[in-house]
Write a protein that binds this ligand. Structure first.
Ligand code: ADP
Ligand code: MG
Length: 315
């Protein structure tokens, strides 16, 4: 086996553990259990998991907001503990909550943030950043006059003032309208195309499917999957077939044993089955043998939501 060069990872996590201390008679909570994770430099990586899985704990550890119990966290070869300042400079975290000083303008807010990161005045590109975020017109407006969507874009700007090589976004599109969502998608894609490693957590599985080349699924503090998105999708062999038929009076339809009926109304049938158990031909033969006249037919492959359900249901 070829030994991989460690420097190629945008982010590397070894044996990471977080135990929240017990209080008020409760048991301690193990939020992360000996987690190992490698994110390739320059990749677009999705981190998914149900509520309470440990996603925010992980992100907050990376952001320096939560102290890990044990383990190693690195960006390329920059160790979070050994090289605190350089690590901080290499990462930008977009938290989920927006929390702004109402008396600052977007320009001031970004400028102060750049100062906190030690970016020299001459190196600051605040105007350019505001322009790319579509906030140019609001540069000097008070924060309280900004819409929710504008604030969220500013939050992204705050994570980017020091041009970090790794950007982590904690549900950036939660509750935003379609227009802004598309804008954020394009922005993230653009950022990634310029070489930034992006780690995205999201509740919208179709978003992860569309953007992320690789996806890790966290459940109860453990990784239950970490695969290329396409491989993850191939893991479920569920298929759905939609049929439009002609026989108005056909009432009861018998299906092969392992296929299940999802819907049957207005002369439209929707049947789900496992590709490994039943062949499509077999299913259609069965339907035709009952006198079903098929007018139209389409199939759907499993999506990430199916994979997610399958993987997290028994854990
Ligand atoms: P996620 O972001 O995936 O929903 P979290 O990281 O927020 O998951 O939570 C993981 C587990 O750790 C949950 O059981 C949660 O209750 C617990 N937890 C999170 N933050 C704290 C905290 N500050 N103190 C104690 N327990 C916490
Ligand atoms: Mg969370």
């Amino acid at each position: 086996m070829i030994k991989t060069d460690l420097t190629e990872f945008g982010l590397e996590i070894q044996n990471l553990q977080k135990v929240y201390k017990a209080h008020e008679g409760n048991e301690p909570i193990v939020a992360l259990k000996n987690l190992d994770l490698q994110v390739k430099k320059g990749s677009f990586f999705g981190l998914l998991g149900p509520n309470g899985a440990g996603k925010s704990t992980l992100i907050n550890i990376l952001a320096g907001l939560v102290i890990k119990t044990s383990g190693i966290v690195k960006i390329r070869n920059i160790d979070q503990d050994a090289n605190v300042r350089e690590f901080k400079r290499s990462i930008g975290v977009v938290p989920q909550e927006t929390n702004f000083d109402p008396f600052l303008t977007p320009f001031e807010s970004l400028d102060i943030q750049a100062g906190l990161y030690g970016v020299r005045k001459s190196d600051r590109k605040i105007r350019q950043l505001l322009h790319r975020l579509g906030l140019e017109a609001k540069s000097n407006a008070y924060m309280r006059s900004l819409s929710g969507g504008m604030r969220r874009r500013l939050l992204i700007g705050k994570a980017l003032v020091h041009t970090p090589e790794v950007v982590i976004l904690d549900e950036p599109t939660a509750g935003v309208d379609i227009e802004l969502r598309e804008m954020l998608w394009n922005y993230m894609k653009d950022l990634n195309a310029r070489g930034t490693t992006i780690i995205l957590t999201t509740h919208y599985l179709e978003e992860a499917e569309a953007l992320c080349e690789k996806i890790a699924i966290l459940n109860k503090g453990e990784l239950i999957a970490c695969n290329d998105t396409s491989d993850l999708l191939a893991r479920v062999n569920l298929k759905v077939i939609n049929i439009k038929y002609n026989n108005l009076h056909l009432k009861k339809i018998k299906l092969p044993e392992k296929a299940s009926l999802k819907e049957n109304k207005n002369n439209k049938l929707s049947i789900s089955y496992n590709r490994n158990e039943i062949k499509t031909d077999q299913l259609l033969d069965c339907l035709r043998s009952q006198g079903l006249e098929i007018i139209d037919l389409s199939t759907e492959e499993a999506d990430l939501a199916d994979v997610f359900k399958l993987l997290t249901k028994n854990n």
